[in-house]
Design a protein around this ligand. Sequence first.
Ligand SMILES: [Zn+2]
Length: 415
Amino acid sequence: MTEAFSLLFAAALLLTLSLKLWLGARHIRHIARHRRQVPEAFRDAITLEAHQRAADYTIAKTRLGLLSAWLDTAVIAALTFGGGLQWLALQTMALSGQPLLAGMALVSAVAVISGAVSLPLSLYGTFGVEARYGFNKTTIGLFIADQLKGMALGAVIGLPLLALVLWLMEISGPLWWLWVWLVWSGFQLLMVALYPTLIAPLFNKFKPLEDQALQRRIEALLDRAGFKSQGVFVMDGSRRSSHGNAYFTGFGSAKRIVFFDTLLTQLSHAEIEAVLAHELGHFKRRHIVKRIAFAFALSLGFLFLLGQLMHAPWFYAGMGVTLPSTAMALILFFTAVPAFAFPLTPLSSMLSRRHEYEADAFAAAETEAGELIQALVKLYRDNASTLTPDPLHSAFYDSHPPAALRIQHLKGQHS
Ligand SMILES: [Zn+2]
């Protein structure tokens, strides 16, 4: 059984890596082949220069993704088959004879190691690729401050949660996975509720929207759609990057609308209204609630599965570990799941793209489809997003439909 699981896990790792490399290589080839001409439908709005910049930027980002796929696989192989986790388990057990403390030390060590390994690529992504295409506004000081704040938050929020989960796994009997699921779901909801007012302000400044004309326009849209919110805020996204965005956060009547300051300078009022109507569409069509419900169901399934695996010696030995513990079971499980689940990515991407079409249809009904099309074209141009993705790569990964299809769909909507 041990050897069979070893083989299965190694096969899943290799299959996932090969799939990532193959899709990435296809994407790069496809974009390079279409680099010489702006697609027919965009000739009026996008220059050849902008099109080629988008092609080069997308290729650079895809290459970085491929490098990261190699690195991830190497780290997982070193931690499991290479004996890394076994060694870490010995060290943390020597550190503390108390299983809960040793378990927390083990999980922390794995978190710190994977963070440290991905740091060089993250640095290169921000100060190499993003900077080369003029998007990066993050200074080294801000980058370091962000990392430190992220680590402090991880310790303040993550460690007590981890202690609670490990403790429940130890003491609450065969149904522990149900208790952990309740704690985990409650924690997720708490984070959604606390994020806008407690966590996001640690990283960015939020100011109420000052533009009165735009404010009135937005309020009229919200009234028409019967939508209540706690106000419209502008976030200083330009501190880190010139990519623009808009989003909703929070729950119930405490929902906030947040615009990146960069988006407000890129788009006209009518276009901003159309983008907001699209976001509103996600709420009105209950996409957010569906996503949360889906995530809860998935985590219940995963925890149940972990409950079955954690007492099977082959599960540990198959991944190179002979020191079973609750913390080790957690680590191994969350290492194995992505490798086995990666081929299912297209299902979630497909669902997400369907939601995007629905939100676009809502925006077209509430505002003007033409304004949303103009906004999309501007955002594609200013964010250097490719207009010519490889169709298979796009079907596999993309949460949003390709520009051409999305605009075609919007043109078919008559408001
Ligand atoms: Zn959307």
